[in-house]
Write a protein that binds this ligand. Structure first.
Ligand SMILES: *Cc1c(COP(=O)(O)O)cnc(C)c1O
Length: 380
């Protein structure tokens, strides 16, 4: 599914040198690499504050702590995503409110958000699923009307552009009140271990968060709030500094692979290729970085997705099903408030989706082999 080794070979010299320098310096925690990475990521994203932390799940939790959300506050998020999002809501004793997603872009459904709002709603967490930004114009408008916070889960969308109705372009994760990301190795900007970060343009919120990640300390050994210990270590920051200058190139490689996949599947009726969002139809937008293809995910309409997964594995082609179970059906998050009829799209997608190998080192020959194997199977 991913080829981390091939990518490492291309940046080996810089990465090895930077890691050695960290070891020589012994500044393993909060060293200059962490600070420099933070500044460089702020510049890249065009956001005022980046606060590095230990992983993307912590980033979500800390963002919610920073906003001062209280037990019982309702937080709306998507039913079709990785569990981390709903997990931290539940851990903080907030009330998760899962809503359905859009069948075309797989992101949180705008009308479903509107229906889910109650006087207790305090925040919306859109997830920029598979590398495509959710509809932030609409989400920010709803948030403004109802006085809600917007926390962008940007773990899969780093580097993606979002183009607003007025034509202005921003990086995903810089539009809501606060955002989180993950540097898990297979993410679009991955380190060689665990890592994450929080982004915000709000100075007061950034200050609050900097204390929360460091045991609630704003002054040494003065603990003003209950915090956590969540740090990005210097070796991971060194790896990320080596990779950040290549992020746009990496994302362009992913988009190129996506274009080739989509081209190959053209005209195959039982396969729905992912939308490019900015463009009409299913072609991938050429004019901006709107989709960064953390995953390239097809819908297989012939009710034989599982047979296709088996067929691909027999041909040594890796694939993934993200995600096989909607969150409202997970034991930990099931709730009598939900009805199956609330989630027609998520319930359908879990049966249809399949994600193909997607990384920066895919070549045309591999893509041809993968697409041919799939097309042979679904048209036989
Ligand atoms: C990967 C991911 C996370 C969690 O990131 P970790 O660094 O693994 O904790 C959260 N949300 C989404 C959507 C993710 O894909």
């Amino acid at each position: 599914m991913v080829d981390l080794k091939g990518q490492y070979q291309s940046i080996k010299e810089r990465v090895d040198r930077s890691i050695s320098e960290v070891i020589e310096s012994t500044a393993f925690i909060n060293g200059p690499e962490v600070h420099n990475f933070q500044k460089e990521l702020e510049d890249y994203l065009g956001v005022k504050h980046v606060i590095p932390c230990a992983n993307g799940t912590d980033a979500l939790q800390i963002a919610m702590m920073g906003l001062g959300l209280k037990p019982g506050d309702e937080v709306i998020t998507a039913d079709f995503t990785f569990a981390a999002t709903v997990e931290v809501i539940a851990l903080l004793q907030l009330t998760p409110v899962l809503v359905d997603v859009d069948p075309v872009n797989f992101n949180i459904d705008i009308e479903a958000i509107k229906r889910a709002i109650t006087p207790k709603t305090k925040a919306i967490v859109p997830v920029h699923l598979f590398g495509l930004s959710a509809n932030m114009d609409e989400i920010m408008e709803i948030a403004e009307q109802h006085n809600l916070f917007v926390i962008e889960d940007n773990a899969q969308g780093i580097g993606a552009d979002y183009t607003s109705k007025d034509g202005s372009k921003k990086k995903s994760g810089t539009i809501g009140h606060i955002a989180s990301t993950s540097f898990f190795p297979s993410k679009n900007l991955g380190c060689y271990g665990d890592g994450g970060a929080i982004f915000t343009n709000d100075d007061a919120l950034a200050h609050s968060i900097r204390g929360i990640v460091n045991h609630g300390m704003y002054e040494r050994y003065h603990h003003d709030v209950v915090g956590v210990n969540s740090r990005l270590d210097s070796i991971q920051a060194a790896v990320l500094r080596a990779k950040l200058p290549n992020l746009d190139t990496y994302n362009e490689s992913r988009r190129n692979a996506a274009r080739q996949y989509t081209e190959a599947f053209k005209g195959i009726e039982s396969i729905v290729t992912p939308t490019g969002f900015c463009d009409a139809g299913n072609s991938i937008c050429d004019t901006c970085d709107c989709h960064v293809f953390h995953q390239y995910t097809l819908r297989i309409l012939t009710a034989n997705r599982d047979a296709l997964v088996k067929h691909l594995s027999e041909h040594n082609i890796p694939c993934g099903v993200y995600y096989p179970i909607p969150l409202h059906s997970q034991k930990a998050y099931a709730d009598s408030r939900y009805k199956e009829s609330d989630f027609p799209v998520a319930n359908q997608l879990v049966k249809e989706v399949i994600s193909l190998p997607m990384h920066t080192e895919l070549d045309t020959e591999q893509i041809e082999f993968i697409t041919k194997t799939i097309i042979d199977f679904v048209t036989k």
